[in-house]
Design a binder for this molecule. Structure first.
Ligand code: NDP
Length: 284
């Protein structure tokens, strides 16, 4: 048992994977808690998902994080699913049991909420939230956002029908929830904007109308980068009172996965600071 634990193997699968900061984060967690484990990034093409994951399990891996574009594959692969994975219809954390069972969980939503409410100390309850995007990341955070008790949640997506489908999947909700097209935004102020689009991959950001932020409103970009994103620059220029990128979410979702696997929760503040320093130095 101890011998197995001392060689515990974990990793992240995705495609592509070379940009990932997850090995950096998990190495910090392991050293902080004195856990003997390895964590590596492994490129897995979608068409080879099943055979590669089976072979990693046979090689002794105890768990895997899963990123784009494999979260839906992991959802279909898992033999048991947590409630939050079922709601998200996506899995970012696989755990391999000794009995052959494969458990699937999704820690993205709790990661975002912990970063917003604990690290940044931003209010979610009672706030008018505008989320841009209706893809996998948006779906993963819908339930925890709604559970946090916002005054209203608006989903604005480039393809409006996709936003409508997302909103319908979470109806009925405790607060008004609606979907609009990105091009329909304007004239209405919000307290918290969350960018869950992948527009930054093309170097851009959804164009925001002049009136979008209530006084003191906040803007959060799930994307993270060494320099401020186009979305956050735009938000600051339009009057956002505070802005943050998604590095804290990344560390928090990783901490939740670590706790699932190792039964012990790492402290995250020092790791977010280390990641920020490394991003600044661009040496992660
Ligand atoms: P998906 O591919 O599932 O969804 C992409 C979304 O972005 C869709 O809503 C799409 O709209 C929209 N979009 C893409 N390009 C543009 C554009 N040029 N203008 C406007 N909207 C656009 O991606 P994910 O949901 O998985 O990821 C979204 C972002 O969240 C990524 O930047 C990712 O890195 C980040 N993320 C961060 C995490 C963290 O821990 N910090 C965790 C998970 C994700 P349409 O439907 O019209 O195509």
């Amino acid at each position: 048992m101890t011998a197995d634990r001392s060689a515990a193997r974990y990793g992240l699968i995705g495609h592509p994977i070379s940009h990932s900061r997850s090995p950096f984060i998990h190495r910090h967690f392991a050293s902080q808690l004195g856990q003997e484990m390895t964590y590596e990034a492994i490129d897995v093409a979608p068409e080879h998902f099943r055979e590669r994951v089976e072979s990693l399990r046979e090689d002794g891996f105890l768990g895997l994080n899963v990123t784009v574009p494999l979260k839906e594959h992991a959802f279909a692969f898992a033999s048991s699913l947590s409630a939050r994975a079922l709601r998200a219809e996506a899995v970012n954390t696989l755990s391999f049991g000794r009995d052959g069972l494969v458990s699937g969980d999704n820690t993205d939503g709790i990661g975002l909420l912990r970063d917003l409410t604990r690290n940044l100390e931003w209010k979610v309850a009672g706030q008018r939230i505008l989320m841009l995007g209706a893809g996998g990341a948006a779906r993963g955070v819908m339930q925890p956002l709604l559970e946090a008790g916002p005054a209203q949640l608006t989903v604005a997506n480039r393809t409006c029908s996709r936003g409508e489908e997302l909103v319908a999947a979470f109806a009925p909700a405790r607060c008004p929830v609606r979907a609009v097209g990105l091009d329909e935004l304007g004239g209405e102020a919000h307290d918290l904007l969350i960018n869950a689009t992948s527009a930054a991959l093309g170097g851009g950001a959804p164009r925001l109308p002049a009136v979008i932020f209530a006084p003191g409103a906040r803007a959060y970009d799930m994307m993270y980068a060494p320099t401020q994103s186009a979305f956050l620059k735009q938000a600051a220029a339009l009057g956002a009172g505070a802005v943050s990128d998604g590095r804290g979410m990344l560390v928090e979702q990783a901490a939740e996965s670590f706790a699932i696997w190792r039964g012990v929760r790492p402290a995250t503040a020092s790791v977010i600071a280390a990641l920020s320093a490394a991003l600044t130095a661009e040496d992660v």
